[in-house]
Ligand binder design. Structure first.
Ligand code: THU
Length: 130
């Protein structure tokens, strides 16, 4: 199944009773396997998790730590864009040139690299010499 279809399908399982904003994410790992995640909200709102975080967690739980492609989809007027925290999470496991496609359920898409989403990202290089 394509990244798009995986993301659309997992989005249906999102637990979003508070925002009513269901998000689906799919990441392709270095092996080629695709992992899916949806947002999981909580009555204690800070405890909610984003779709991207869920997909990354599934990938890591399966024993993979590098992602090569990302797709995120939600129903909105414009393609959904990863939150700041998820940009940092994506940067943890993906190279700067990894393509992140952001989409609406109506089929609008826009793509940016991880570097474009998180310019000047904090990384291991900042800690050398300590
Ligand atoms: N959300 C995601 O899961 N991913 C994004 O890229 C943007 C926002 C979720 C978090 C929350 O459950 C809901 O969308 C509204 O912010």
């Amino acid at each position: 199944m394509s990244l798009k279809n995986v993301a659309l399908e997992v989005r249906e399982n999102a637990h979003a009773p508070y925002s009513r904003f269901k998000v689906g994410a799919a990441v392709r790992a270095a092996s080629g396997t695709v992992y899916a995640g949806c947002n999981v909200e909580n009555i204690a709102s800070p405890e909610g998790t984003c779709a991207e975080a869920g997909a990354i967690a599934a990938m890591v739980a399966a024993g993979e730590t590098r992602l090569t492609e990302v797709y995120v989809v939600a129903a909105g007027p414009q393609p959904v864009t990863p939150c700041g925290g998820c940009r940092q999470k994506l940067a943890e496991f993906g190279a700067g040139d990894v393509r992140v496609t952001m989409a609406t359920t109506d089929g609008a898409e826009t793509a940016m690299t991880i570097n474009e989403l998180l310019p000047g990202a904090f990384g291991a290089g900042h800690m050398t010499g300590n």
